[in-house]
Design a protein around this ligand. Sequence first.
Ligand SMILES: NC(=O)c1ccc[n+]([C@@H]2O[C@H](COP(=O)([O-])OP(=O)(O)OC[C@H]3O[C@@H](n4cnc5c(N)ncnc54)[C@H](OP(=O)(O)O)[C@@H]3O)[C@@H](O)[C@H]2O)c1
Length: 337
Amino acid sequence: MDMRLLVLGGTEFLGRHLVDEALDAGHDVTIFHRGNHSSHRSGDVEERLGDRYTDRAGLMTGEWDAVVDTSGYIPSNVAAVAGELSGRAGHYSFVSSVSAYADQSGVGFDESRPLLDPPEHEPPPDEYGSMYGELKAGCERSAVSGFDGPVCISRPGLIVGPWDATDRFTYWVRRADLPGPMLIPDSSAAPLRTVVDARDYSQLLLACAADGRSGAANVVDPDPYAFVDFLEAACAVAGRAPDLVEVSESFLVQHQVVPWEELPFWIPSGHEKVGMLAPGAELARSWGLVCRPVSATIFATLEWDRARRADVPQLPRKLTLERERELLELWAIDGAS
Ligand SMILES: NC(=O)c1ccc[n+]([C@@H]2O[C@H](COP(=O)([O-])OP(=O)(O)OC[C@H]3O[C@@H](n4cnc5c(N)ncnc54)[C@H](OP(=O)(O)O)[C@@H]3O)[C@@H](O)[C@H]2O)c1
């Protein structure tokens, strides 16, 4: 059944894919955003401009079957928005994060794990980063208490695919497309259980809205694959033979490679956030999450990245080819000793 869908956001990454998937499925889509990022589907959606913190006049009229909130970061604001949409929307979906959990350690943890305590004092919206997890936890509560209908909370790990501004997945996809031996961390056998393709996630969000789903679920690929399988798939999609050089964790630590950011997906063992690599996703599977093969995500990401590569020759905050080469030379000299 076609839905009238309101996306609070819809122009950058997850929301952008959600808009595409919803339009492809025949839904009527309204997007609400400030206009700082223009919509790639402006002719196909109803666009309402406003700032969710300072100017919500654009949200004060209209009725929708479902709302998906991709842009909520501040609990009091989510409460206000959810309250204002109550009675005019049938379902509210809040995009949270696995960062909302109080404990990030362990493998395969489910949704019963306690969340962080929301902060006593909220920061201004543009300074939410340092309290991201605490604030997301508070936003979840606000959505549930503020909206007068079913509320669905999803807690994604790492959302990946074209338009991902974090470049974490893209780093490896691009690296596999470039010549020369590739430095990889020695955790390469670990299942990579934190990833979900934005398009698969969007499909789940639409299914949850259509089913009137309530509750909270982790959203990552429920069928994990090893990191090295991902790298080999990236090389295969790029048409290159894998030339992977595994270096030790202690070597990376000694040379101050920044975990997760400079070398995405690498989190040193024993690190308190190591569980981020492996939340459980059985509930999301039962809700209908179906993930495409990773090679399909790699293919789409590579196509997108190749098209922008001249404009973005170096991915911000990621290992450069020069530094990688230096590290590989050092590893060859004394790494194995
Ligand atoms: N990326 C990940 O790996 C990851 C992991 C876990 C959780 N998440 C969560 O997933 C969501 C990702 O969303 P996305 O950024 O990709 O969604 P998106 O809907 O594609 O982009 C964010 C949208 O919010 C709008 N926006 C930003 N500030 C606004 C404001 N003050 N008022 C009104 N509109 C505003 C932006 O448009 P304008 O700029 O035009 O206003 C844009 O359309 C976030 O909630 C994030 O916390 C992401």
